[in-house]
Design a binder for this molecule. Sequence first.
Ligand code: PMP
Length: 370
Amino acid sequence: MSPVSAASLVQSLIRPEILALHGYHVPDSGGYIKLDAMENPYLVPDALREEIAAIVGNAQINRYPNPNPTSLKQKISALLNLPDDMSVLLGNGSDELIQLLAMAVNKPDAVVLSVEPSFVMYKMIATFIDMRYVGVPLAADFSLDLAAMLAAIEREQPALIFLAYPNNPTGNIFSADDVRQIIAAAPGLVVIDEAYYAFASDSFVPQLSEYPNLLVMRTFSKLGMAGLRLGFLVGSTLWLEQLEKLRLPYNVGVLPQLVAEKLLDNHDVLLAQAEQIKFDRSALYQQLAAISGLQVFASEANFLLFRVVNATDVFNGLKQRGVLIKNLNGGHPMLTDCLRVTVGAPEENQKFIAALQESLSDVGLAPDLQ
Ligand code: PMP
């Protein structure tokens, strides 16, 4: 028998910050009405699914994927109206692009900065690669605390800033003017993460030419393609050709490439779904706002954040009734008693509301619906 155990080797070899880390938790969602992960509840119409099935059936999965899928990239450039000096970098979801960006600028003492609460992967990825992360608290209403941001930029000189626009998990979109001041003050790269662009009223893509330190990141995950794992970064070719060197050669598989291209040819179908989701978001917002004792926050994304007393009990009550949402209570202090629900199909939203009313009565909060 070997004198050392695997457990002691793990303790001595794995970096302490990794030992201390809790991995990104994805709960088992089997059998639930799944409103926890900002997915689009709709598949595409049958005729389009059949076309996709044929494309997949003929795909050359015996070959490695095209490492530079130019026609897919051109479709993205055309959709975004990108000028000639800008390019597209594809990632295995935008999570991978966050990692590439952080790795590219991770010189000794380099800092990645974001706001809090925001998307947790900015901080997690900094930890993965042993990079210093600074989180600047948002104001109490979840808007940017511009003075605190400008002070932190001055103090930390961050190599990289991530701003989710709209923000997750709060759902609001920051003041564009504040964001412009941050980009202008930043000594390093500013990445505007537009994961929820399809549900929002604004974008920084048209401003790319104005700022040499600006890149915009998007994902197709919220637009009906979460299962494909496809995100992209756009901006000056000067930046992207450097980042391209860090991309693993075959990060986007044969099937995601083909299916994404087909879906982009039918972009109107996806946008119509997003419009439906926006419409249903307003209805869900009204229903939540009508519940006394519950505070719902305005959203430009495909989810709604709300605060309710005994949030964890309410979350568990929903789960017992077959509805899975996201419990944010106990994470960031500003999210105490907060829950996040993804806008689903209308019948899912109604089941959620019914289960919420029952769960609220269980915890002694008689929902007072108008
Ligand atoms: N950015 C933000 C703000 C997000 O909320 C998410 C997903 N929750 C992502 C990026 C990652 O998306 P994906 O990796 O699916 O492209």
